[in-house]
Design a binder for this molecule. Structure first.
Ligand SMILES: Cc1ncc(COP(=O)(O)O)c(C=O)c1O
Length: 385
């Protein structure tokens, strides 16, 4: 059976896939259909927070699958309730909406911000400022929120009410008008090339939001759930967003998204104002609860920071590397000569899976990767470059 051929014949050709078929994985290692083993430094784009098939995670998922797999949101369930309680207890947020993906979590944040502003001011005050080089998802509205022209070539008409600003406080101030209701940022622009926003800029954005009564929304879809060496990336900036969005690492490998809001916003989306058939699915929530509990154990998150610093330092020592941008285990590598896409292909030959973002080689390894595995990955990367 030629999986690649059958796949290409039957699945829409929207992904530039690498030329391997992945079959099974354990921890940071994954095996292809030919039996070749790879160290996975992409973790399904920052999703497999605990690596492949973590024993406890598999048990939590299987137990829930054998108990109650889905109910819809017409009824209360244990997993969604427990996960929501944990998300709120461990943060400054006080209510959660469950979705199925990052884009959907962001759709909720956008609707929440617009409804809040409509209720308090008027329906004309609906514009959301996002940053150039941002990425917020693939739905028509989250594409409109995405501050990259290349995403705005097709699919017209886009949802109105987004304005893009350079990541610069003066530029943001100039973009604000009477119509603005929120500023929506990623503290680290992952898809935009691992661009780490300046701490002062993020703090200035928060201050500006407070002065103008704009909602301050942080997209933590890629940066959240321990990825950057703190539970949420905004903690590294000493700010307190009104709304954050989560997905990727939250489920540890199952689809889930979440939009969290602070005091005063919890009753904005009233019954019927928003919903999702699969949102809060028991199996996804059981997976999320297990993942979150593991990540919050002992010094797990402190170790993410330590391992990220170690990884970055090892990469910086390589002759071929020009610059390493990182926070925790969210790492962007700028190479002196090599093209990132070509390097990602060469990495395959050496038994390494890496991601790219623009001209940057991007690493989002499982958060429980060990230093020994990092050393082995460095050896393989060295050969590839
Ligand atoms: C910051 C950010 N927001 C939103 C999304 C969209 O998430 P999803 O693909 O789960 O819809 C992504 C995906 O890469 C992301 O990195």
């Amino acid at each position: 059976m030629n999986i690649k051929e059958i796949s290409n014949q039957n699945i829409m050709n929207t992904y530039g896939r690498l030329d391997i078929v992945l079959k099974k994985g354990k921890g940071v290692y994954v095996e292809d259909s030919e039996g070749k083993e790879y160290i996975d430094l992409g973790a399904g784009i920052g999703v497999n927070a605990l690596g492949f098939c973590d024993e406890g995670w598999v048990k939590a998922v299987c137990d829930q699958a054998g108990t109650l797999q889905h109910t819809s949101n017409l009824y209360y369930t244990y997993p969604a309730t427990k996960l929501a309680e944990k998300l709120c207890k461990d943060s400054s947020f006080n209510k959660v909406f469950f979705a199925n993906s990052g884009a959907e979590a962001n759709e909720c944040a956008i609707k929440l911000a617009r409804k809040y502003s409509t209720d308090k001011y008027s329906k004309e005050r609906n514009e959301i400022i996002t940053l150039e080089q941002s990425f917020h998802g693939r739905t028509v509205t989250t594409l409109a929120a995405t501050g990259q022209d290349s995403f705005h070539q097709y699919f017209y008409p886009f949802t109105e009410g987004f304005a893009y600003a350079k990541p610069d406080i003066e530029a943001i101030k100039e973009t604000i008008s009477d119509k603005t209701c929120a500023v929506f940022i990623e503290c680290i622009q992952g898809e935009g090339g691992v661009n780490i926003l300046d701490k002062k800029l993020v703090q200035d954005i928060e201050k500006l939001c407070r002065e103008k009564d704009l909602l301050f929304i942080v997209d933590e879809v890629q940066t959240g759930i321990g990825r950057t060496g703190s539970l949420y990336c905004f903690e590294n900036y000493d700010v307190k967003p009104d709304i954050i969005t989560l997905a990727k690492g939250l489920g540890g490998g199952l689809p889930i998204g979440a939009c969290l809001c602070t005091d005063g916003l919890e009753n904005v989306l009233t019954q019927g104002a928003h919903g999702s058939t699969f949102g809060g699915n028991p199996i996804s929530c059981a997976a999320g609860l297990y993942t979150l509990e593991e990540i919050e154990k002992d010094d797990f998150i402190a170790k993410v920071k330590e391992k990220g610093d170690y990884f970055a330092q090892k990469l910086e020592e390589l002759e071929e590397v020009k610059e390493v941008r990182h926070m925790g285990l969210m790492i962007g590598i700028v190479l002196k000569k090599d093209n990132a896409k070509e390097v990602s292909k060469k990495c395959l030959d050496e038994g390494l899976l890496v991601l790219t973002a623009k001209d940057v080689v991007r690493l989002l390894p499982p958060l429980n990767i060990t230093k020994e595995e990092i050393d082995e990955a460095i050896e393989r990367f060295k050969k590839a470059v």
